[in-house]
Design a protein around this ligand. Structure first.
Ligand SMILES: [Zn+2]
Ligand SMILES: [Zn+2]
Length: 93
């Protein structure tokens, strides 16, 4: 009989983000992975929940669009995603 941990299975299905984080308590910086929308992250150094993403954080399932110019941040417009770096509207391949 296979026992499934439902809490873990639900956690595995939750979309996660990855990005650089810094602890406001002790100043430690690390590459954090947390459920999307999580504001305070537990610091791996001091174990206090005062870490925060300090730059863009990305979904960690590999599904990230990138403009031909290398930019990954888009403006959502009525005409589609616009790259603010080169001014080109992008479409998925
Ligand atoms: Zn810390
Ligand atoms: Zn671009």
């Amino acid at each position: 009989m296979t026992v499934i941990d439902l809490t873990q299975a639900r956690k595995d299905r939750t979309p996660h983000s990855t990005g650089d984080a810094r602890c406001l308590q002790c100043g430690h910086e690390w590459l954090a992975t947390a459920p999307v929308g999580e504001v305070w992250l537990e610091c791996p150094a001091c174990k206090i929940e005062r870490g925060a993403f300090i730059g863009p954080s990305y979904p960690n399932d590999g599904q990230v669009w990138q403009c031909n110019c290398g930019n990954q941040l888009f403006l959502l417009t009525p005409d589609g995603p616009l790259c603010p770096q080169c001014g080109v509207y992008s479409e998925p391949d």
